[in-house]
Design a protein around this ligand. Structure first.
Ligand SMILES: C[S@@+](CC[C@H](N)C(=O)[O-])C[C@H]1O[C@@H](n2cnc3c(N)ncnc32)[C@H](O)[C@@H]1O
Length: 430
């Protein structure tokens, strides 16, 4: 076995690292999500895209994470960052790990994070490991070729590297050492694509919230990682229902409203579709077996600036598990608008979102947590224009939630060519 490692003498705040999470395209969002769910002292950043946690892999509910692409169990460390020396240790240890796999052709992959080793060297090592694994196990071995230093989650998925005959070894350079880990699970990009593209109602006009971002929004809004005890996730700007769909899959009861009746109807159709998917965690209670009108969710038409929300299911507790929404983002822009147009759109968005926060403040208990995606406009010079309401939170009755590992201004989701970014804004009712 690899030596057991303790990180207490290193700079990580996490004293004993057990598993690693590999963060997605916007790593800071993924890190904030982990901090929100598991606490700031269980998670820390090793490098730009790798987070260390003191949780074992089985304590992490990976499928609900929108910001992490792989989860790996740490199996040891090599006290070196020199590739030749690392390879020597791997050639001894990896065949033994492979020996515990199910019988049959072995799928093997090697990923590297942080070490500056060249791609050809990674591939050469992977081939030497292939030989060594074959010699030890007597099974044929296929190596997934590296297009980059690290295999993508799609490669891990399509090559079954986390299956019963699969093995992805990951090397992460940290503090002059190399952490050796084995991937346990990867992001199921096919499942995301299915629930994004197969749902019956989509609307490009209200924007297409990616399910991964919807998961992050819900995870930043709720503090309870285990929704067994009920609790409703409320989305007062539900649109086509992506946030509610993801909250449902996490096991929450969901409640949505939107000013447009057509949107409420779309959410209704989409949630009913989800409910009828074979892997949907929500099952119809037996007493409703023959009742086709049964809904596990509640929806209504309402203007968030003056609507009164109610609870919908008797079994739910009296507090919201969280309020999670992508608010009104204003009109989409292909290129940066004129200053006049920008002011006009910003004012409208500000009025609606401020009106919503004012209205709902009197309807929720103290401590209720929100994650609201607000628009922020990305100027060609790289700067962002933010909504004014961010300056009057105290007055509106809220406290901003700050993260230990991520700064407020890093909670931005956008693609470089996008004018309207989404700013994730986490607050609690005072
Ligand atoms: C950016 S979209 C949300 C899209 C949604 N996340 C989805 O999954 O499709 C914003 C939504 O806010 C709604 N909206 C705009 N003004 C509103 C208001 N005053 N009250 C409630 N909903 C409003 C729009 O109809 C639109 O559906």
């Amino acid at each position: 076995m690899f030596p057991i490692i303790r990180y207490a003498r290193y700079t990580y705040e996490v004293t004993e690292v057990k598993s690693l999470l590999f963060l997605g395209r916007q790593p800071k969002l993924g890190l904030a999500e982990l901090e929100s769910l598991y606490g700031s002292d269980t998670v820390s950043l090793i490098n730009d895209v790798v987070a260390a946690t003191s949780l074992t892999a089985d304590a992490i509910d990976f499928n609900r994470l929108g910001g992490s692409i792989k989860l790996a169990d740490i199996i040891g460390t090599v006290d070196n960052t020199d590739w030749r020396k690392i390879e020597r240790v791997l050639l001894k240890q990896v065949p033994m790990t492979a020996d515990s796999l199910e019988e049959g052709k072995i799928q093997f992959g090697l990923s590297v994070y942080g070490n500056k080793v060249r791609l050809q060297e990674i591939q050469a090592t992977a081939l030497r490991l292939k030989k060594a694994i074959r010699a030890k196990t007597n099974q044929s071995v296929r190596v997934t070729p590296n297009k980059e230093q690290a295999l993508s989650s799609a490669q891990v998925l399509h090559n079954h590297l986390t299956g019963p005959r699969g093995l992805e070894i990951i090397l992460v350079e940290a503090d002059g050492r190399t952490i050796v880990a084995r991937t346990v699970v990867e992001q199921d990009i096919e499942a995301y694509a299915k629930r994004d593209q197969n749902r019956p109602k989509r609307d490009a006009r209200v924007g297409m919230l990616p399910p991964k971002l919807a998961q992050i929004i819900v995870n930043l809004a709720v503090t309870d990682t285990n929704p067994i005890y009920g609790g409703i996730v409320l989305d007062p700007f539900c649109g086509t229902g992506v946030v509610l769909q993801e909250a449902t899959l996490m096991g929450f009861d969901v409640y949505g409203s939107d000013i447009e009746p057509r949107m409420v109807e779309y959410t209704d159709k989409n949630l009913m579709w989800l409910l009828n998917q074979p892997n949907c965690p929500v099952s119809r209670p037996p007493e409703y077996d023959n009742d086709s009108t049964w809904r596990y969710f509640s929806l209504e038409v309402g203007d968030a600036t003056n609507h009164t929300w109610k609870y919908s299911r008797a079994k739910t507790s009296s507090v919201y598990a969280g309020i999670a929404c992508e608010g009104y983002l204003g009109q989409p822009f292909n290129k940066f608008p004129s200053e006049e147009k920008l002011r006009e759109v910003m004012n409208t968005c500000n009025q609606i979102m401020k009106g919503f926060l004012k209205n709902i403040a009197g309807q929720v208990e103290s401590g209720t947590r929100f994650c609201v995606a607000l628009p922020a406009w990305h100027r060609p010079n790289g700067k962002f224009e933010h909504l004014k309401l961010l300056d009057s939170l105290e007055e509106l009755g809220y406290n901003r939630v700050s993260f230990v590992h991520v700064r407020d201004e890093e909670l931005l989701y956008y693609r470089p060519d996008q004018v309207v970014a989404r700013e994730l804004f986490v607050i609690t009712r005072k």
